[in-house]
Design a protein around this ligand. Structure first.
Ligand SMILES: *Cc1c(COP(=O)(O)O)cnc(C)c1O
Length: 307
C-alpha cells in the first residue's frame, strides 16, 4: 500500500485572526504523499486495497484533461506496480498538457471519448465494451467518489482535531465533505465550499448520503457563492488571493478547489461569520499538480512550490 507521511496541522499567524479572536490552521494533506497527495490519497486508499484483494492488475477511470483524479490514479497505479487506463473527455490535443503528460509518463494509457460517449460512463453496456477493448480492470468512477472513497475520507480527521470548532473543505463531488461530516464530532461544524456553480450540490449531497447510508446528523453547511465563475473558471480576484496567501503564509493553493475554499473562509472571517474563540481547520486537499496545467492553459502564473 501507499504509506502516508505524517499529517501536519499548520497554524496561521495574521493580525486579522488576532483581531477577530480566531485560530486558523491548515491540514496539509498536500504533503501526505509525493505521488498521490491531497484528498485523493484517502479517496483511493480503499479502492486500491479492494482492487488488489480482487487481484486486478489494471485501474480504469474517467476524467477531464486536467483532472487531479486522473493524475492521482496514474501515480497510484505506478507506485503499486499496476497498469492504468484513463478515459479522457474530449479530443486529444498535442502536445499533451502537464497533467496528461505526467500520467502517461507513469504508464497511464489514455483513451479519448467524445462528450456524448463520456456521459455513458456509468452505463453497463459502455463499461462492458471497455472490458472487451481493454480486458479486466478495476473501475473507479469519475471524481473517485464511491463507498470505498467515503470510507477513506472518514480517516482525514483524527483525535488531534477534535478541538477545532469548524472544519472547512472544498467540494467537487462531495465525497470528501461527506466523509468529514460523518467523522466529525457533534460539536464541530463542517463547512463545504462548492467549486461548481449552482445549488444542485445540495441535492447531490442528499442523494449521495442516501446512496451510501450516511447520517447527516452532524452540523454542516454548504456555501455555493465562492465558485468564482464555476468549475475550472476563475476571476482575477481569485488569482490575487492565491498569490496573497502564498506571500503571507508560504502555502501554495490551487485555483480549482483550495484557493476558492480559503478565499471563502477568509471572506467569512472578514464578515464575522465565525464567533470569537472559533478554531478553524481548513483541509488543504492538494490539487497542486493542476497549477502547471492552469498556467499552460491560461498563461497566468501561479505559485508552485511551498516554502
Ligand atoms: C478532487 C478534489 C477535491 C474534490 O473532492 P470531492 O471529494 O470530489 O468533493 C477537492 N480538492 C482537491 C484539491 C481535489 O483534487
Amino acid at each position: 500500500m501507499l504509506s502516508p507521511n505524517p499529517i501536519v496541522n499548520q497554524p496561521l499567524d495574521h493580525p486579522l485572526l488576532e483581531e477577530k479572536g480566531l485560530e486558523l490552521s491548515i491540514k496539509r494533506l498536500d504533503l501526505i504523499h509525493e505521488l498521490v497527495p491531497g484528498n485523493k490519497f484517502f479517496k483511493l486508499k480503499y479502492n486500491l486495497l479492494k482492487a488488489q484483494a480482487e487481484d486486478h492488475h489494471t485501474l480504469l477511470t474517467f476524467g477531464g484533461a486536467y483532472s487531479n483524479h486522473i493524475h492521482a490514479v496514474s501515480q497510484a497505479a505506478f507506485a503499486l506496480g499496476m497498469k492504468s487506463i484513463g478515459i479522457i473527455r474530449g479530443e486529444e490535443t498535442l502536445p499533451l498538457n502537464p497533467t496528461l503528460k505526467a500520467a502517461t509518463e507513469k504508464g497511464m494509457q489514455l483513451h479519448y471519448v467524445n462528450r456524448e460517449d463520456f456521459r455513458k460512463k456509468k452505463d453497463a453496456d459502455f463499461i462492458q465494451r471497455l472490458k472487451e477493448k481493454f480486458g479486466d480492470f478495476y473501475l473507479i468512477p469519475e471524481g473517485g467518489t464511491n463507498a470505498e472513497a467515503i470510507r477513506g475520507t472518514r480517516e482525514i480527521l483524527s483525535a488531534d482535531d477534535y478541538g477545532f470548532t469548524h472544519i472547512g473543505t472544498a467540494i467537487g463531488t462531495a465525497g470528501t465533505f461527506l466523509g468529514l461530516v460523518q467523522s466529525a464530532r457533534p460539536d464541530q461544524s463542517v463547512l463545504g465550499f462548492s467549486a461548481l456553480k449552482g445549488d444542485f450540490i445540495h441535492q447531490e449531497v442528499a442523494e449521495l448520503s442516501q446512496t451510501f447510508g450516511i447520517e447527516l446528523s452532524n452540523q454542516h453547511q454548504i456555501f455555493t457563492d465562492y465558485h468564482f465563475g464555476g468549475y475550472a473558471k476563475y476571476r482575477q480576484s481569485l488569482i490575487e488571493f492565491i498569490w496573497w496567501f502564498f506571500d503571507s503564509f508560504g502555502i501554495v493553493l490551487d485555483p480549482i478547489y483550495t484557493g476558492k475554499m480559503l478565499a471563502g473562509i477568509w471572506d467569512l472571517i472578514e464578515k464575522d461569520f465565525f464567533p470569537s474563540g472559533s478554531k478553524i481547520l481548513a483541509i488543504h486537499s492538494g490539487g497542486l499538480q493542476g497549477n502547471e496545467g492552469f498556467t499552460f492553459q491560461t498563461g497566468i502564473k501561479l505559485p508552485t512550490l511551498s516554502r
